[in-house]
Design a protein around this ligand. Structure first.
Ligand SMILES: [Zn+2]
Length: 299
């Protein structure tokens, strides 16, 4: 099954619901990183959260989620755009912890203390940035906490990823948001109904593993609540790196650093953290870059 996301709205416009399957893109990212199961589940949840947040954007707009904690994973960075492209990496992918009560110990791997930073590039002058402390370090609750506290949009998030030593075999999630009332009416009845429903949902991981679709998930959450599907979009792992960007990163090292690399008389290889693509620079490439720096410097 292809990865995709479905965006829906209740008939009365009070609640927005998104659900997605992300098995392939999560498996793709985790294979590139050779991530161990616990790290893969953590990265997979973050990627799925990113896909859901990206679906609230338009086209070229971008969102980045950075989870930085005091656990062995150190950091997870995920980026998504409004066109269904998602990429992400975990700083220490070879982390494996004993399960906690039969569940992947994501909170232990990420660390109980840390920060979630959300950066949104809405193609305005300045990007928007919001920071919250980790809430449970399980990623879904942290995102819900961020959306509710920082963006003032009451939200529920569910994320599920299953991984074993052979790889990721299931990933998906949902995001339910209560929208500001249009004419001062507060739809408390629907909200109460949903809160209760979400509390009693089967784990998302089990849901995806049993072959259910995003539509099935929304159907279950919105049982007895009239809603309509607004959009369905494909999701895919895609990295935006290219040689030009990598060269710019080299330039930012400065002429002296590049001089040291040239002195080693070896090829320099830079690896993209997101997709693991390798970019090789020969000593003559580095000399050309050094000349370019010299020509462009003001002195
Ligand atoms: Zn890349």
């Amino acid at each position: 099954m292809k990865d995709y996301l479905v965006r829906a709205m209740t008939q009365n416009g009070a609640v927005r619901g998104l659900a997605c399957i992300t098995t392939r893109l999560v498996a793709d990212a985790c294979t590139r990183q050779s991530a161990y199961p616990t790290a893969a589940v953590a990265l997979g949840r973050a990627l799925t959260g990113g896909a859901l947040m990206g679906a609230l954007l338009k086209g070229e707009q971008r969102v980045a989620l950075k989870f930085e904690g005091n656990g062995p994973l150190k950091k997870i960075l995920v980026e998504a755009d409004g066109a269904g492209h998602v990429r992400g990496y975990v700083a220490a992918p070879q982390v494996e912890l004993e399960p906690e009560n039969g569940k992947f110990d994501v909170a232990g791997a990420l660390g109980r203390a840390g920060f979630l930073t959300v950066t949104k590039d809405l193609l305005l002058k300045e990007p928007y940035r919001g920071i919250v402390q980790f809430h449970t370090s399980e990623i879904a609750e942290d995102l819900a906490f961020y959306l509710t506290e920082s963006e003032q949009t009451p939200s529920a998030v569910g994320l599920g990823v299953f991984a074993d030593p052979r790889g990721v075999t299931a990933a998906g999630g949902f995001l339910i948001q209560s929208l500001p009332p249009a004419k001062g009416e507060v739809e408390t009845e629907v909200i109460d109904q949903l809160v209760d429903r979400i509390r009693h949902l089967p784990p998302v991981t089990e849901f995806v593993r049993s072959g259910k679709t995003p539509e099935d998930l929304l159907n279950l959450i919105f049982t007895d609540i009239p809603y309509r599907i607004l959009e369905k979009r494909d999701l895919i792992f895609r990295c935006s790196c290219d040689r030009e960007r990598v060269e710019r990163a080299l330039i930012s090292l400065g002429s002296e650093e590049i001089g040291l690399l040239i002195d080693q008389e070896k090829n320099t290889e830079l690896t993209c953290e997101f997709c693991q693509k390798r970019y090789r620079f020969l000593p003559e490439d580095l000399k050309r870059i050094q000349t370019e720096i010299a020509n462009s410097s003001p002195s």
